[in-house]
Design a protein around this ligand. Structure first.
Ligand code: SAM
Length: 377
């Protein structure tokens, strides 16, 4: 089974075309890396974004790669889909319109309030929980979906609402408290991290999560400044970073530092790794996974995970022969991720770094009791 699915899908240059067919996609309506696309249908849907309740949703968040996500999830009437990043409810709404039942979660209580109201017209077809997507197994149990779901979508990171609301402290372009918590009930804020974390840990955070080459200089400036007074606002931190990294080009010098802090405060990579492992036990055989990432750290993690669990055979030079991969749980119907096409980029500049990767859960042979215990902690 593992072999037949993989060999059906993975033949050299025709891979992408076959995989599009495999998802029931029509060429031209989609954007595979390097191509441009987006049909008329896509334009109409995206331009309007009118919810069932009639509310215009684009002020909260414009869903990214919405058509592509819907198509890779290949929703049939009555399918159950887990949306682990509900946000403004845009992706969920498209899934509901396609006839799916949606179980959703978000760590941000404010997102739940907004999306529940937006999607109220769908009644029992939609259920939303306050929670973390790395708890998807528990949340699905709570929703009574104990046999797995037909699809999972994770649209990683923060919403436009987070960026645009200065009070949330995510943006160097808005004055506000240095908060950055997606979950406003959580304890740790960016303000605490900047003022109380030790020097070496701050350097690691800026270096690893921001890939900030001037991490050392930035941390020196922070440590010196916080000896005088607490760094409490986004404006203070942005100015401090700008004092050591001169402006070059369009990008604000504090971009990477803010990204790094946000990732650390919300433990984004830890949650993502745990969530990826949970998808193995939460998807039914044949179930589909769609993950949209917005920076290279996330995308690398997703790509590695999918590769590790989609190789039919494993090989090492010191082994006498290749071995069957006991953890081959997915087939990858497309080699390259989908990225936004010209039209989407024009309508929504914030979609520019998005990458959508997809996978299909293979037959049940991989889900042993042992693996369940291992992955569904
Ligand atoms: C990019 S937005 C999602 C937008 C949504 N797909 C839409 O179409 O409106 C990401 C959302 O995921 C939430 N989020 C991020 N990490 C999360 C996690 N580990 N668990 C649950 N929700 C998370 C954020 O609070 C944010 O609301």
């Amino acid at each position: 089974m593992v072999f037949s699915i993989q060999s059906d899908l993975g033949k050299g240059g025709r891979f992408a075309v076959r995989s599009l067919d495999g998802f029931g996609l029509k060429a031209g309506g989609l954007n595979v890396t390097g191509e441009m696309g987006g049909g008329e249908h896509a334009r109409g849907e995206r331009a309007g974004q009118v919810s069932a309740g009639g509310a215009r949703a684009e002020t909260y968040h414009v869903s990214v790669l919405a058509d592509e996500s819907l198509q890779v999830l290949a929703v049939n009437e009555g399918d159950v889909i887990f949306d682990g990043t509900l946000g403004g409810g845009g992706h969920s709404e498209r899934l509901l319109q396609a006839g799916a039942r949606v179980i959703a979660c978000d760590r941000d209580p404010a997102a739940l309030v907004y999306a529940r109201e937006r999607l109220a017209a769908y009644g029992d077809q939609f259920r939303a929980y306050h929670g973390n997507y790395d708890q998807m197994d528990r949340l699905l149990d709570e929703a009574g979906e104990t046999n797995g779901v037909d699809g999972i979508i994770l649209d990683l990171g923060i919403s436009s609402k987070h960026v645009d609301d200065g009070a949330r402290g995510f943006s160097f372009a808005k004055q506000g408290p240095l908060d950055m918590r997606m979950d406003t009930t959580a304890d740790l804020t960016a303000e605490q991290m900047v003022n109380e974390e030790d020097e070496a840990e701050l350097r690691r955070i800026f270096w690893e999560y921001g890939e900030e080459r001037s991490a050392r200089a930035v941390v020196r400036a922070i440590v010196k400044a916080r000896e005088e007074t607490r760094i409490e606002t986004t404006g203070q931190l942005a100015a401090l970073v700008e004092s050591v990294i001169p402006r070059r080009g369009k990008r604000h010098p504090a971009t990477k530092v803010f990204q790094a802090l946000r990732i650390a405060v919300n433990d984004e990579l830890g949650h993502l790794q745990r969530a990826l492992e949970k998808t193995i036990v939460c998807l039914k055989p044949g179930g589909r996974l769609a993950i949209i990432s917005f920076h290279s750290l996330e995308d690398r993690m997703v790509k590695r995970f999918l590769r590790q669990h989609s190789l039919a055979m494993l090989d090492r030079p010191e082994w006498p022969e290749p071995k069957v991969n006991p953890q081959c749980f997915f087939s990858l119907p497309m080699k390259k991720p989908y990225v936004p096409g010209a039209y989407e980029l024009e309508c929504n500049a914030r979609s520019r770094s998005a990458k959508l990767r997809a996978a299909v859960r293979l037959g049940s042979e991989g889900v042993t009791k042992q693996n369940k215990n291992r992955y569904a902690k």
